[in-house]
Design a protein around this ligand. Structure first.
Ligand code: NAP
Length: 308
């Protein structure tokens, strides 16, 4: 049984050495090394080469090195091969921290104070207590629920929107398309942590922005293709959205003449909200391989029909 790894070399070398020590029965090859292709059962990657099953006829599982698997084109995923995404504590904690930093910045008007600093202006503004600041999180999965837990501990009024109802202490659960409008109407700061699917592509658009309270903040750390750039620029121009923190765009990186780079009401980060940590994620990968070997369900198994 062997694993082929097809992603960043640095992490690959670390994982290869870790497995050699902790799971010597599993051999990991770093692409383009593959060992005997008929022994390969697991392929670990961010994206996929063509004709995977022709290369590895006994492939059983594709593991994404990232939290999503939307980057895998379904045509490259061979029939009968499972797809598993990465759910690991390092990535979850980093996202909770990024969202918390962004929400606090918007709630406490840090963009406004940074602009005042440029003007050498020492001027305080009335602050709304966290308990009156309503944060709405689109997507209450592993990442959204972790962010909600931290924000509720800081006293924010949190709600989330998902497909199915959730039960998280002090977090109001809205679910399904019928409840989206009610959820948006009470979101002073909207956070997007949805996976990219055919239902969420383009969701952050004019129609959605108009359903938020006037002057709402936006934090987008889902996937770039969920956001309509023109509609966001219009919403910022009209004041419907007061400030946006954007971590993901389409394309990445944006062209140098794109208005997001210089917009005074937008902070742009280069898809760094959270990344897979090499040390914690290899334990998760090994646990999933053992689960698969024992016929137990793997964590992060993708439902390819649902898209996440
Ligand atoms: P997850 O555990 O699969 O959670 C996804 C959540 O979205 C679930 O609550 C799900 O509802 C909800 N959802 C999906 N489609 C929906 C729809 N059509 N309507 C309503 N709710 C819907 O995923 P995760 O681990 O939290 O990750 C979320 C996403 O974050 C990833 O897919 C990726 O795009 C993004 N991400 C970004 C970065 C970054 O650095 N910016 C890093 C990692 C991940 P149910 O629970 O009811 O199914």
């Amino acid at each position: 049984m062997s694993i082929v790894y097809y992603s960043s070399a640095e992490r690959g070398k670390f994982w290869q050495a870790w497995l050699a020590k902790n799971a010597p029965d599993l051999e990991m090859y770093l692409w383009p090394e593959t060992g005997d292709p008929t022994n390969v059962r697991y392929f670990v990657a961010w994206d996929l080469p063509d004709n995977l099953l022709l290369k590895f006829p006994h492939l059983e599982v594709i593991f994404s090195v990232g939290a999503g698997a939307d980057q895998f084109s379904p045509v490259h995923v061979p029939e009968g091969v499972s797809v598993v995404r990465m759910i690991e504590p390092g990535l979850i904690n980093d996202m909770a921290a990024y969202v918390t930093f962004s929400v606090i910045s918007l709630h406490r008007e840090i963009p406004r104070y940074l602009q005042q600093q440029q003007q050498k202006l020492w001027l305080k503004h009335d602050a709304v207590p966290a308990s009156q600041c309503r944060v709405g999180i689109l997507g209450l999965g592993n990442l959204g629920s972790a962010a909600a837990r931290v924000l509720t501990q800081l006293g924010y009024q949190c709600s989330g929107w998902s497909r199915n109802q959730k039960h998280i202490a002090n977090v109001t659960s809205y679910f399904g398309d019928d409840q989206l409008a009610a959820f948006l109407a009470q979101s002073d700061i909207l956070v997007c942590l949805l996976p990219l699917t055919h239902l969420t592509r383009g969701l952050l658009n004019r129609d959605l922005f108009t359903q938020l309270p006037h002057g709402a903040g936006l934090v987008h750390a889902g996937r770039g293709q969920q956001l309509n750039h023109e509609d966001l620029l219009d919403a910022l121009e009209s004041g419907q959205i007061s400030h946006a923190v954007i971590d993901v765009t389409d394309p990445e990186p944006l062209p140098l003449d794109h208005p997001f780079w210089t917009h005074p009401s937008l902070w742009l980060t280069p898809h760094i909200a959270s990344e897979t940590h090499a040390e914690s994620s290899i334990k998760v990968l090994l646990d999933n391989i053992r689960r698969h070997e024992q016929g137990r369900p793997m964590n992060g198994l993708i439902d390819m029909n649902r898209g996440y």
